[in-house]
Design a protein around this ligand. Structure first.
Ligand code: ZN
Length: 414
């Protein structure tokens, strides 16, 4: 069970304001300017604390279509309305909406397509400056081939790694011979930070990020097989081998974090399991079999340590309002599996009167938002803590609005 926990965090230790909204007894939030806060590295250096924890910020799937719970396919067929409800929702891809529109007829009012562009470079940079991660991981699905958004992610001035998801090749079935197609443009934007089937080393933190299969849609079939030929992959076995080879080549002293768009098979088949099918009665395991095979072979045949496997794709809110997904799971060899797809990852808040007053005259005010990240902290190659955090960004002000502790080492996980 996921508990909301208001434990003090290393953000508070670094002097940051902490407000755990889940607690009725918490003190009211205090604002803290990023510039007035001593950096975590400066604090740790001054205190001589060692070894330093490695902090990883996970940005889950950032764009999707949301229709409210009340708007099921059924109501769509009857001409029902859509709205922006946050939280419990069900996502439909463009082609599904087109199909429903087709059934309803051309004369019917067009269905509302709601795209949450839940990544904004300026706002998310402020939030990340507050969180001070050593590394940022992006799990894919940046829109339906949204080249501009991917470019914006590549502009983030922090160490990072990313993988493309199934929505990032939604319209492209194979690489174009003549033009720079949108998949190619996204890969070019990310450059070496796209880790699909390869390894990216971060020597300063003694960590390597190894990518799983790009474009995964989950299940036992390859999605966009013609695109995967770029990596010489024809089938699941070949895909597992590519992941294995990338991880086996990491420096000996490094911990390996696997980054995939979807998680592996073998972690449960209930609807609310970490990769469970939530859109069909009875559920089912919708994990990637190649990823499970690669991890299993690495554990069995190599000394590679894989403390953490990070992915997205399967959203935290289950389809049709069936509740919330389990976002972490525990495997063999002390490997922890983390689903970072907290979707939508942005909550919009009304500006307070005091906020409005603080805005310089004539300035364009951006509405305050709370932005979700999943933070994993590692020490000596072991996961110490995992939290879902929401950071309020209001103009120049940032503060921790909510922290939901998913796992803490040394205590039984919650
Ligand atoms: Zn996906």
């Amino acid at each position: 069970m996921v508990s909301r926990c208001c434990s003090s965090s290393s953000w508070s230790a670094a002097g940051a304001a902490v407000a755990a909204r889940a607690s009725a007894n918490s003190p009211p939030p205090r604002s803290t300017s990023p510039s007035s806060r001593p950096s975590r590295r400066a604090m740790e250096s001054a205190l001589g604390t060692a070894p330093r924890r490695v902090r990883i910020a996970v940005v889950g799937d950032v764009v999707f279509l949301l229709l409210s719970l009340r708007t099921t396919i059924h109501s769509l067929l009857r001409g029902g309305e859509t709205n922006h409800g946050c939280g419990t929702g069900v996502a439909f891809c463009d082609s599904m909406l087109d199909s429903v529109q087709g059934i309803r007829g051309k004369e019917a009012r067009p269905l509302e397509r709601i795209r949450h562009n839940d990544w904004a470079l300026e706002e998310d940079s402020k939030a990340l400056q507050f969180l001070q991660p050593d590394l940022v991981l992006f799990t894919g699905d940046y829109g339906n081939e949204n080249v501009q958004l991917v470019k914006s992610i590549s502009d983030l001035q922090l160490p990072k790694a990313a993988i493309l998801g199934n929505h990032d090749c939604w319209h492209t079935y194979q690489f174009s011979e003549k033009n720079a197609d949108r998949v190619r443009l996204q890969l070019a934007s990310l450059g070496e930070q796209h880790v699909g089937y390869k390894c990216l080393d971060f020597p300063r933190i003694k960590l390597s990020v190894v990518g799983g299969r790009p474009f995964s849609c989950g299940g036992d079939r390859l999605f966009r097989p013609k695109l995967l030929l770029k990596w010489g992959v024809n089938d699941m076995a070949g895909s597992a081998k590519k992941i294995y080879d990338a991880a086996a080549g990491t420096p000996e002293a490094h911990s390996v974090v696997l980054l995939a768009h979807n998680g592996p098979t073998g972690l449960g088949s209930r609807m609310d399991d970490i990769c469970g099918r939530d859109w069909v009665p009875g559920g089912g395991d919708h994990g990637d079999p190649d990823l499970e095979r690669a991890i299993s072979d690495l554990h069995r045949e190599t000394g590679v340590s894989i403390p953490l496997v990070v992915f997205g794709h399967m959203h935290k809110s289950l389809a049709y309002g069936r509740g919330l997904r389990k976002m972490i799971a525990f495997g063999a060899n002390n490997t922890i599996y983390l689903n970072g797809a907290v979707v939508p990852r942005v909550r919009y808040a009304q500006p307070s009167p005091s906020y409005e007053q603080c805005q310089p005259e004539g300035s364009v005010s951006v509405a305050p938002t709370s932005r979700a990240f999943t933070i994993a902290e590692l020490s000596e190659g072991r996961v110490e803590k995992i939290s879902e955090v929401w950071v309020l960004v209001s103009g120049a002000r940032t503060e921790l609005e909510e922290e939901i502790v998913l796992y803490k080492h040394s205590r039984e996980h919650m």
